[in-house]
Every structure is written in C-alpha cells, then in structure tokens.
Design a protein around this ligand. Sequence first.
Ligand code: PBG
Length: 330
Amino acid sequence: MDLLRRNRRLRQNPAIRALVRETSLTPDDFLTPLFVVEGKGIKEEIPSMPGYFRLSLDNLRKEATELWDLGLKAVLLFVKVPDALKDNTGKEALNPEGLMQRAIQTVKDACPQMLVMTDVALDPFSSYGHDGIAHRGQILNDATVEVLCAMSVSHAQAGADMVAPSDMMDGRILGIRQALDSEGFENTGIMSYSAKYASAFYGPFRDALDSAPSSSEDAPTDKKSYQMDPGNRREAFLETAADIEEGADIVMVKPGLCYLDIVRDLREAFDVPIAVYQVSGEYAMLKAAADRGWLDHDSVMLEQLTAIKRAGADLIASYFAKEVAGLLRG
Ligand code: PBG
C-alpha cells in the first residue's frame, strides 16, 4: 500500500514505545492510605481488602519507613475507633491524645519528611457512621463544619501537613481555612474531596473502619444527602469551583475509574492539582478477579492507574501504591 502515515512504526519494539509513551507512573504520583487501630503488634487483614491491613502504631511506624524507602512520600491517615468512643458529634476526633493525633506524631517521628495528610470527617467517630452530625433524620451542615474546623486544627497541632476533608458539607473549606489561619497554621494545606460521589464502591473501606451508616430515627441510612449523585456532571464543576474559591490547595475526584470523564472535565477547567481516589471497592474487585485467575493482577493494576493519570490526575490515592512502587523499582 502507498501509505504516508504508518502509526505502527512507533509501536515496533519496547524501546520506541517507551520513547513515545505519553503517560508513565512514578512513586511521586501516589498517596498511600493507611488504616490505624489501637493496640500493639496488630496487623490485621481487612477481609474485603485482601493484602491490606489495619495497623497499630508500632506497625504504622514500620510501614511508614518501608513506604519512604520505596519512594512513597505521602500518606493519608484513617483511624478505626472503638464503638465506646463514638457519639453523634464525633467528639473523640478532637481528643489531643486521640488515635489520629498519635498516628500523625508516629509517622512524623519515624519519617520526618513524609507528607502526612489526614482524613477529616466524622464518620469513624460517629455512632451513626455519618460524616456529620445527625438530627431528626438530617445531617446538619453548619454545626458539622464547626466540628470539622476544630478537628483540622487538632490535626495541624499534632503535626499534619495537610488535612483532607472528605465530608462534602457546604462551606467547610472556607471554615477550615479560616480556622487554620487563625491558629497560625497558614502553611497547613487542604486537599478537598470536592467531587465525591455517593458510591457503592466504598463498601470495603466501611468494613475496614467499621463506619457503615446505620439506620435510626435520627440518622439517614445513606450518604446521598451530602455526597454527589453519580448521574451528575455539571455539579462537579460547581463543587470544585466553590472549593477552590474557598481556599483548597488540591481538589479531588472520587472514586476513580467510573469517574474519569469528570477528572478530564476538571483538568480542563481548573489549574489546581487534581487528586483521584481509587477507592476500596476498585481495589477489592481487582484482588478478587486476580485471585480467581480471571485477570492478570499487575498488568490490570498498572493499566487502571495509568488511565487515571492519563485522564488528568496529578496524584492518586491508591491501595496499590506500595505494590506499584515495588514493581517500578523492579
Ligand atoms: C469517609 C471516607 C470514605 C472514604 C474516604 N473517606 C467513605 C465514605 O464516604 O463512606 C472511602 C474510601 C474508600 O472506599 O477507599 N468520609
């Protein structure tokens, strides 16, 4: 054939493919989520997240060091709180000696340069498993924001570099920014979960933290009154624009794979860094299929993460972070 363009020329061998590859993963792309529990010597596997563990502080210290040695420079901390410490207002979240506060100090002590980000929402501390305060079947917005502000300041005091509000209350970024500034934490950043959808992919995470919303007279049975409807695209612009206006340093789309159109949209509309959270259900699906021999684990893992980055993510929170960093190291 008399073809002028032969696109296959640039696909002939690994060297030429590497040379023209547009998107590659590096450990710098990742945030590693970590689940922390009380106790000593604890490393318990989460049944719906094979290969992922809840760690007590001594093991958290070890894990942070291993991550740092693999080139992973940022962690996102979550805590599992005993039921006895949960209430409707999440007041344990503000305990200066609380598990989150000690977890922050533990990571900073083990790896002073590790970037420590913390989840800010009431759900692990809420007797109803909600991100905010429940009242007569509703989640109260403004009262919740007050707690989130105090929680953020408490994390900053314990040494967090950035707080990551995942609650989806209106106005919380502004509130948190002002609270941090008024306490002298103007250098503490905010990574906002700005387009967070009411997704069924969060199931394994709620197992990990025992934080599934429960039904009661006072509390709704799901998070649809604050997390976004999966059918909505324009709303993602509104949410993200508001968070940037209110002072978010990094914005986030969550979950990952099903929402890559939103990632691309926001990438084109805004210039702040965009994070994507590849969530627990996405991790669980691949682990389950690979376990049955139905998918090749490492290839699918890299393909999914590359797709997230190609869609426009600057950083990716992923339960695969450590495995990917290990693979990249070869
Ligand atoms: C809670 C929070 C959730 C996740 C991160 N922060 C769950 C939820 O909103 O119910 C989900 C993460 C995952 O599924 O991996 N505010």
